[in-house]
Design a protein around this ligand. Sequence first.
Ligand code: C2E
Ligand code: MG
Ligand code: MG
Ligand code: MG
Length: 291
Amino acid sequence: RAKDQGRNRFCFYTSDLNAEAQAKLELEAALSRALERDEFRLHYQPKVEALSGRIVGAEALLRWQRGGVGLVSPGQFIPIAERSSMILGIGAWVIDEACRQIRRWMDAGQPVLRVAVNVAARQFAAGDLDQVLGDALIRHGVSAEHIEIELTESMLMERPEITAAMLGKLKALGVKLSLDDFGTGYSSLGYLHSFPIDTLKIDQSFVRGIGVGVQGEPAPVLVDAIIALAHRLGLSVVAEGVETAEQSDYLLRQGCDELQGYRFGRPDTAEALQLRLAAQAQPAMEAQLTP
Ligand code: C2E
Ligand code: MG
Ligand code: MG
Ligand code: MG
């Protein structure tokens, strides 16, 4: 009896797994055609200067407009793409599209922000990121100062010599380098001295812990420590995932340089970002309109 039950359960799990495996296969197949079908989009999330609140940059975040499904977030497909060389094509598209967008802004005479692009571990390890990026900059006639590359600590820890060489080549192009999700990866603080990093991005999990004024809330020691560490090393520091006034006030008081999060805007289309910038460029006009 027990055996029958066990077998039934086994069958139940099996069909369940099959359905899951089936969905995964379909996702993979659809993902492998997404590039040629032009289904990827970049959304942009503002980064603001903490002191002034002015938008000074934007992070490009990938979305997949999957046919028959809708907008898929990167968490649902980047890990799958990263398991194969698919990520290389997608990653190159992201870099190309970011440069194309900057070119569109330039051609339209609109303000051009520094755009941060996320890079996957496999893309970095491939060893030709500087070429892929350099080609895109030339193709669109965009200056490297408009581009920032977001890497993670773990990516840099794998083969330090090769990493140092690649970071050097990227810096030689003239792009800014920042360490995303800082404080959550496998890392050794020792490399911060030797690698040409410009910026640390405090991971949102640490920012979430900021609850100023809330009784009994522990002091956000890691946030404080990362800001101090960055500044002692001569790096700038950005907080991500800033959602509340308490969080942004606290980060400003602690000397965090830039802030990013829903409080300052969700990731949205390039057009939406440009509208925000246009409004920002007309403070006098706004003041006049206010009775
Ligand atoms: P990330 O680079 O750390 O990006 C920050 C994520 O936090 C984004 O999620 C963003 O929408 C979200 N976020 C921003 N502000 C807030 C906030 O105030 N509250 C909360 N709860 N979330 C906030 P998204 O767009 O879903 O991207 C997730 C991750 O996917 C990114 O994390 C990045 O690791 C990866 N990713 C996105 N685009 C690309 C890409 O083009 N290439 C690669 N390799 N990875 C990408
Ligand atoms: Mg990022
Ligand atoms: Mg991040
Ligand atoms: Mg993150």
